[in-house]
Structure formats: C-alpha cells, structure tokens
Design a protein around this ligand. Structure first.
Ligand SMILES: [Zn+2]
Length: 349
C-alpha cells in the first residue's frame, strides 16, 4: 500500500471504534520493529518522526526507509506523520518531502518551550492547514500545553498546569479546521510522568468527554501516553541502569479515552525503554561481544513485542484489511469540496 492519509486512517478508526498507536522512529531498526508488529497483529499504523529524529537521521534517510516499509508491507495502511512541528516552515518541508500528515504544535512558540497565545496558535495552525489540505495532507493541532520535555521540546512542568479548556478547543477547531487535536488532559512527555502510582484517574475524563461531545468529527490525540511498565524499567536497572522509579499512563485509562473519542495515541518512551534494556542485557551478560547485530536484533525484537502489545490494547489489531487506500489527490479533493470538513455538527454549549 502506498503511504496513506492519516485522516483516512483515523476516520476508519472512528468508524471501527478503536485507537491507532503513533510510534516514534529515528532509525531503520525501529521502523522494522513497528512494521513487523503491524504485520503480526494485522494493524494499520502511524509512524512518526519528530524534529529531533529528522535532525538525527536526516530527512532523506527517514523518508526512504518509510517508503521501503510501504513497499515491503503492501497490506498495511501506513501514515507518515511529523510529530511536533514548531513552525510553518518545518511543516512545509515535511509535506514537500512526502509526509502524509503533520502536527503543527502552535501551543508553544517556535522555540518549542514558551507557551504561545491562543491567537498565535490559531494563526500558525490555520496557515499550515491551508497549505496542507490543498495537498491532501492531514494536520494535527494542539490546544492546552502538555507537561514534561522530550527531544528538547516541551514547556516542562506537570501535565496539569495548562489543561485544555473545552470552549477554547471548540473555537480552535472551528477556526483552524484541523483533522486531529492533541489535548492536554493530564499527561506529560518523557519517562517521568508520575512520581507515585496513578490511582485510576490520571486523565481528566470530564474534559475529554466535553470536547468529544462538541467536536465529534475531530479526532482526539493523546500525547505522553507511554505506560512506562515496571518490567521494562527493571530490565534496565538489573543490567547496570539507574532509572528512578516512575509511573506512566495505565493502559486501562488510554482504553477509556479510546471509548470517548481518542483515535491517535503517541508512544515513544516505552519503546526506548525496551530497546535500551535489551541492549544492556546483551552487553552485560556477554561483554566479549562487539558485533552491533548481536544487540540490535534483540533490541528490535523487544520493541516489536511492546508495539504489538499496544496495537492489541488500542484495538487497531485486525483492522489492516478493512479498507483500501484513498489517494492523496482524492483526499485533497475532499477538503476542497467540503466533504472532509470537521466543522462541528452541533455547536451546543
Ligand atoms: Zn507529543
């Protein structure tokens, strides 16, 4: 299957009532792990690259690795997404390269750290939507500010300092026409999300429900949604690592979100933990080894295991064959004639 529109992938997820994991990549092994997990579970999938990943790997390597994935797994719907674009130029360059979806995170200024005003956010996001939709490319926006920092991006602090205001979310979606909307409902980026065991009410479900009710066609996105499982932390620490005890977002809470309009769930930290644990184990147990394949292969397998598990938990497993790819040109036409509009059906207050 060629690279598909993320909008199509999320529309299908909404129809089927499931969520789709968006997994971050920086290199070939991570892309391979995700695609093997997608094949294993028969899942549609979103692969995303942050600005940090693009700087690390270079755009052309990333793009051609994604094309290889699409070529090797024709049965898997695959969307290629830019995570946390910080400016119109960053989004434009990703679209021109061939990404089928971009995130314009206008909740922060272009420095990726300072919270922006609502008006600034609307203006830059609308500019990206106009450019992207004309070309059939999906846009994710963000309203409210997530906690934590990842890849040098983020305002820091806890996930509860800038929780999304539902009225603002509706106004933002109406003014920009974004396809998907990242909302701040208590989650944070990075491994250190919660310093004590979450008690089953990590997510601000009332906010999620209020937004979904008023924006039924806008796909909601959860960032900072790794579960940071203890067994993955333990492997790292058993083989010489020094992670401090930490807790992520319990999978049951993500599933509750999925039942209430969350369609895209970003996962990065869990895969980082799995990879690092597997590499540490090999190097610790067999210090005489020096062939990178001796630790990259187990690392890739460890990540595949985590991704396959999330695909099953999010409900996307089994849905790869539900639909055929709509061409990006047809998607562009849908934006033009209004059939892909996400304007709220009822703007009740
Ligand atoms: Zn994020």
């Amino acid at each position: 299957m060629p690279l598909v529109s993320m909008r199509q992938l999320l529309d299908e997820a909404a129809k089927g009532g499931y969520g789709v994991g968006a997994f971050n990549v920086n290199d070939m092994e991570q892309i391979q792990a995700i695609m093997e997990a997608a094949k294993q579970t028969n899942s549609p999938v979103i692969i995303q690259a942050s600005r940090g990943a693009r700087a690390f790997a270079q755009d052309n390597y990333l793009y051609h690795l994604m094309l290889a994935a699409a070529e090797l797994y024709p049965e898997i719907p695959l969307a290629m997404h830019l995570d946390h674009g910080n400016s119109f130029e960053t989004c434009k360059s990703a679209i021109e390269l061939g990404f089928t979806s971009v995130m314009m995170d206008g909740s922060l200024k272009a420095d990726g750290k300072t919270p922006a005003t609502f008006e600034e956010n609307v203006a830059v996001t609308k500019q990206v939507v106009d450019f992207a939709h004309e070309r059939g490319i999906t846009v994710e926006g963000e309203i409210g500010v997530l906690g934590g920092v990842e890849d040098g991006h983020g305002a820091g602090g806890s996930g509860l300092e800038h929780v999304t205001d539902p009225d603002q979310a509706v106004e933002f979606a109406e003014k920009t026409g974004v396809d998907a909307l990242a909302i701040a409902i208590g989650t944070s980026h990075g491994a250190y999300k919660f310093s004590k065991k979450p008690d089953g009410s990590v997510l601000k479900m009332d906010i999620l429900l209020a937004i979904h009710k008023r924006l039924p066609k806008t796909h909601l996105v959860m960032h900072g949604s790794s579960s940071v499982p203890k067994d993955l932390q333990d492997v790292i620490n058993r083989y010489g690592g020094k992670l401090k005890e930490t807790w992520g977002v319990p999978v049951e809470e993500i599933q509750l979100g999925i039942r209430n309009g969350v369609r895209k769930i970003n996962v990065d930290t869990d895969n980082r933990l799995a990879i690092t644990g597997a590499i540490r184990k090999v190097l610790w147990e067999t210090p005489e080894k020096f062939d990178p394949r001796d630790y990259l292969k187990p690392a890739r397998e460890a990540m595949q295991k985590v991704v396959a598990l999330r695909m099953t938990q999010f409900g996307q497993a089994g849905h790869a064959g539900d639909y055929k790819a709509v061409s990006i040109a047809e998607i562009a036409q849908g934006y033009k004639d209004g059939s892909l509009s996400t304007k709220p059906l009822v703007a009740d207050k």
